[in-house]
Ligand binder design. Sequence first.
Ligand SMILES: [Fe+2]
Ligand SMILES: [Fe+2]
Length: 311
Amino acid sequence: MPVDEAELLAGFEATIGHNDRIEPRDWMPEGYRKTLIRQIAQHAHSEIIGMQPEGTWVTRAPSLRRKAILLAKVQDEAGHGLYLYSACETLGVSRDELTRRLIDGSQKYSSIFNYPALSYVDVGTIGWLVDGAAICNQVPLCRTSYGPYGRSMIRICKEESFHQRQGFELLATMMRGTDEQRAMVQESVNRFWWPALMMFGPPDDDSPNSAQSMAWGIKRNTNDELRQRMVDMTVPQADALGVTLPDPSITWNDERGSYDFGAPDWEEFWDVVQGNGPCNKQRIDHRKKAYDDGVWVREAAMAFAAKGTEQ
Ligand SMILES: [Fe+2]
Ligand SMILES: [Fe+2]
């Protein structure tokens, strides 16, 4: 009996409608598969590329304690990348292929990682703001419609919350220090605030794929909703730290029950996405070198595996 695609589609839509999960062996529309591959790959690439800005500070940590924390954090990000590559592989694309698409630029990673970490304070700011934004983005993804993606998010979110707290704690420690240390924190927050808000992607009016992703239950909130959540979460934390967010238009709006805030420089955002950020080239060159340097490891592993099947 020929498989009736309309029937399969109806089954798929019923599963989405009940907020049940789509699993790897279930039938899914090609568009759903492609959207998921793009989103999960972009997410995985962000975790892996995201190790670079902070990773440069591992050898220059100011104390053994800070070094242990940073090492743990950077290793967690590698783990996140691996869970997500595995989730993506269940959609029928190999990790090797995904790495190639990252290196040749046909798949993207989060624009934030094209900004440099200029001092150790940036480790704190990245933890507080960048991992903070990641949490806002990722908590709703624990309920995403694709099973392997949602399940990987649960563990990732727990670790992101450790990342955010270690960042906040580093900054709080600096804020209790000298005037010079406080000035370093403020300067770092000034640099990261707007790029952190850009992590949620373009405004909803300018985000053509969002509606379809929401209809498929891949995304649970729009970019602007998540950005608002980030601002509402962060303003009281900035007050507690004693830093000023570099946006004079932040004010509490009683009617909305949220903070009003200004718009990021979207021209800068698109410019960075198109490859012209301060570190785009450096990030991809570094990843490519790691991939090329790893050829012998992959070849040895394949040879070993082949030997195993011969016996
Ligand atoms: Fe992560
Ligand atoms: Fe993180």
